[in-house]
Structure formats: C-alpha cells, structure tokens
Design a protein around this ligand. Structure first.
Ligand SMILES: Cc1cc2nc3c(=O)[nH]c(=O)nc-3n(C[C@H](O)[C@H](O)[C@H](O)COP(=O)(O)OP(=O)(O)OC[C@H]3O[C@@H](n4cnc5c(N)ncnc54)[C@H](O)[C@@H]3O)c2cc1C
Length: 429
C-alpha cells in the first residue's frame, strides 16, 4: 500500500532541470559522519555536519528526492500543524518548548535562506502562508494561533472575513497569515540542495541502500550491497521508509500515503481572483485542504484515499470536485492534468522526535506531514549534534530512546483510514 512509483516523473520532477545522479557506493570507505537518507532531513544533516568541519558521506537508497521530500505539496510553513506555542511549551517544558518554538518560527527562513545561500532555483515564493477558518470553532483556534505567535514575536497578521475571503478567493470567516512562509517546487529543492552540499565536500552515493549496521572499534560499520562505510557517528534520516536497519525503529512511526494533484495552468483572469498575491494556503478542515500555484500557474492540491484502487482517476475526480466547491471563480470543475502520490511518517503526538539509539548512532525527523521547513532546520541541528557541536542537552527537542507505537500494525491501518472519520466530522461541523 505504501509503495510509490518513484521513477515515473511527476509534476515537480517534470518542471525541474535534471541532476546528474551520484554514483552508487562500491568498496569500503571511512568517514567521520555518515548520514543515511537523502531527503531534506538527511541533506540538511549532512550540511550541518560539513559546516562544522567534519568529513561527511551520505547514502541514499533510491535517488535524491525520490521520497517525501521530492514529492510533497511544497508548502513551507513556520507553524506547527496542530499545536500553539503555549501548548508546545506545556508538552516540552519551558526550556525545550522555547527552543522548539524558536526553531518552528524560524524554519521557513532557514529553508528560504538555504536557497539564497546556494543560489538554488526551487521556484520559491515567500509571500506568506494563510490559514483561513470556516467555522466558529476553527475561527477561535486560528485567532489563538495568531495571538500566541504574535506574542512570541513572529511576523503574523490577522484578516477579517472580507479580507481573508478576498485573498483566498473563497468564503471563510477569518484567518491569519505567517509572513515568512510560502511555497516551493520540493523536488527542485532536494536536487539543488544535494548539488550544493556536494560542492561543499559531502560525498553522496545514490542507489545505495544501507542493509546492515555493525558496531566497529571506533563507531559503526554500515554495509551496502557492494561496499561499506565505517564512521565515527551515524545519523539515520530515513523517515517513512525506515526499514529493519535498526531493530524496532520502524515501529516508532506510521507511514501515511497521500496523493497530490494539479490543474492545467489557469487563465490570468481566474488567477487574479484565487490566492491573490500568490500565498500558500491550508485551511482548517479535519480533512485538510491546501493549495498554491506552481511556477506555471497550475493550482496544486491533494488529499488521500481510504482504498487505493483506481487511485489516479478517483484522485483527479476528487480534487476537481473539491476545487470547484472551494473556488467559485473556477466556474466548475477544473481539468486535472497531474496526479502522483507519496508517503510521509506520522506519530501519535504529531511532534518530531530525536532518538539516541546507541552511542554514535542517532535518528531524527517524523514531522507528521509538516516537515518541509522543519526538516531543513532540525536536520542542520542534527548534523551539528553528530559532530559534537551540540550535546543531547543542547538540542531543540528532548533526546529520547525509541518510542514504539502500541499495536503498531493496527495503528497503521487506523491512521490510514482516519480521514474518512475526519470528513464525517467536517460534514457535521
Ligand atoms: C504527498 C506529500 C505531501 C506533503 N506536503 C507537505 C507540505 O506541503 N508541507 C510540509 O511541510 N510537509 C509536507 N509533507 C511532509 C514532508 O514532505 C516530509 O515531512 C519531509 O519531506 C520529510 O523529509 P525526510 O528527509 O525526513 O524524509 P524523506 O524525504 O522521506 O527521505 C528519507 C530518505 O531515506 C531513504 N532511506 C530509507 N531507508 C534507507 C536505507 N536503509 N538506506 C538508504 N536510504 C534509505 C529513502 O529512500 C528516502 O529518500 C508532505 C509529504 C507527502 C508525502
């Protein structure tokens, strides 16, 4: 069910200049820091370690950008998906709550900053992210998010009913904007970041799956099909595709499959009435709706299925219906020309995790669907952590041992059907 066909080009890949694939590993090599996984978390970890002066090798099992980082919607958001700053502080305590809120508030700037630092063209648009509210309850919640982030010092604005409806192009009761946020072509960002860190001296090997980890005299030896890497420190950044490399690790996360779809490029007179000013938008339905334009004016959105038969046809129809119902200026169901799917990792408390698995071996990530900005900020911290520039106590999140999910096989099935329940709640609301 969670398999995605990563070789078939999707919208983001089609609109990105192809990158020359790095070679697969052959033979035995040594390094100071080994990063496993070439998504945003792994790439940013490698950069954080390299910036700290370490020799770094990164191994990616498929190709760079083949997993969630290259296939997502591209919303770059400086806000935790479900919790307000005070709730995060309550969950983590004052010190970690404050550090994590600071990380979240600055994460979009970190992501856009990397594009600027390395001259990456990821079709980036930093025109803010709007979260509009459609019920009295969500209106109150949006207002709480706005007020708490404002008190925290983030650059946010509140929009009344008319203003938010004009900006989004659909009727809502009110909403807030996070100004440093926006949207990107995520595949262009992954390959751009991979090129950049290679130029910085990170050795990347693609199509090189790590099959086995073994304690070595000083650190770890990681075996692949045609070689091995011996490293003092190993960072696992394998997210939803975590396999049996480390016993029990995959039972700490739930892989969740979702799909994305895009319209044909919209006419200028329609675009002038929808997402005015080119912001990113995700609203507050339980069955979340999110939208932004790509570089050619296609409206990009997504959803999920309860059952995945005939997924392409049903997915296109579902998004066309949802867009027509949301945006009256479309004048009916738009033509959906792009469809693809991807898998991200969810955890029950919806908060990222940092695990110390053993001395010299760490794992981090698990963003529950809100990882584009956060992975680039947290990933760099993980790289500094691996080089000893940060201790466990310095990290923006508590460092814990693995937190396995109870009744994991059942939890995976339930979580992947949850949106049917969410849709029912939306209808009632
Ligand atoms: C369809 C979709 C839409 C999304 N939309 C958004 C959005 O708009 N905004 C947002 O903030 N978040 C979004 N997300 C979530 C976001 O994409 C992820 O949180 C983020 O990309 C996670 O990055 P990562 O590097 O941790 O994981 P990944 O990008 O999944 O990378 C993990 C990598 O590890 C590799 N790997 C695994 N095991 C091994 C091994 N044994 N050896 C070698 N390599 C291995 C995999 O091949 C993979 O490339 C979305 C996710 C999906 C799937």
């Amino acid at each position: 069910m969670f398999e995605v066909d990563w070789k078939t080009p999707h919208l983001w890949r089609k609109t990105t200049v192809a990158r020359k694939t790095s070679p697969a590993l052959t033979g035995d090599i040594e390094t100071e820091v080994l990063v496993v996984g070439g998504g945003f978390t792994g790439l940013a970890s490698a950069l954080g370690a390299r910036d700290s002066g370490a020799g770094v090798v990164l191994l990616e099992g498929n190709e760079i950008g083949s997993a969630a980082s290259g296939r997502n919607n591209g919303l770059v958001i400086s806000h935790h998906s479900k919790a307000s700053p005070s709730e995060l502080e309550k969950a983590y305590g004052k010190i970690h709550g404050d550090r994590f809120n600071t990380l979240v508030a600055g994460a979009a700037d970190v992501a856009f900053g990397l594009m600027q630092r390395f001259g990456i063209n990821a079709h980036q648009v930093q025109q803010g992210w709007i979260q509009p509210a459609h019920t009295e309850a969500t209106h109150a919640r949006a207002r709480q998010f706005h007020d708490e982030w404002r008190a925290f010092g983030a650059h946010v604005s509140w929009f009344d009913r008319d203003e938010v409806s004009r900006r989004v192009g659909s009727r809502y009761l009110g909403g807030w904007m996070v100004h440093n946020s926006g949207h990107i072509n995520p595949f262009a960002m992954t390959v751009g970041l991979a090129d950049a860190i290679e130029r910085e001296g990170v050795h990347i090997f693609e199509n090189t799956r790590c099959l086995r980890l073994e304690k070595a005299e000083r650190g770890w030896r990681v075996y692949t099909a045609a070689g091995s890497v011996t490293a003092r420190e190993v960072v696992l950044a394998t997210n939803a595709l975590t396999d049996d490399l480390w016993p029990g690790l995959k039972r700490t996360l739930i892989p969740m499959k979702v799909f994305q779809a895009a319209t044909e490029p919209l006419a200028d007179d329609i675009k002038a009435q929808i997402l005015v000013g080119n912001p990113a938008v995700s609203d507050m339905h339980n069955d979340l709706r999110y939208f932004h334009y790509d570089c050619d004016g296609r409206l990009v959105s997504g959803a999920t299925h309860t059952f995945w038969h005939d997924e392409d046809r049903r997915g296109r129809a579902k998004v066309a219906r949802m867009l027509a119902g949301t945006f009256k200026p479309l004048g009916g169901e738009p033509r959906i020309t792009e469809y693809w799917s991807g898998t991200f990792a969810v955890v029950p408390n919806l908060k990222p995790h940092l695990y110390r698995l053993a001395p010299g071996l760490v794992f981090g990530g698990l963003y529950s669907g809100r990882g584009v900005a956060l992975s680039m900020a947290l990933g760099q911290e993980m790289g500094r952590w691996a080089t000893g520039r940060r201790t466990d106590a310095d990290m923006p999140l508590p460092v814990t041992s693995m937190q396995p999910i109870a009744f994991h096989p059942v939890a995976v099935q339930v979580a992947n059907r949850m949106h049917a329940w969410n849709r029912m709640k939306d209808r009632r609301a």
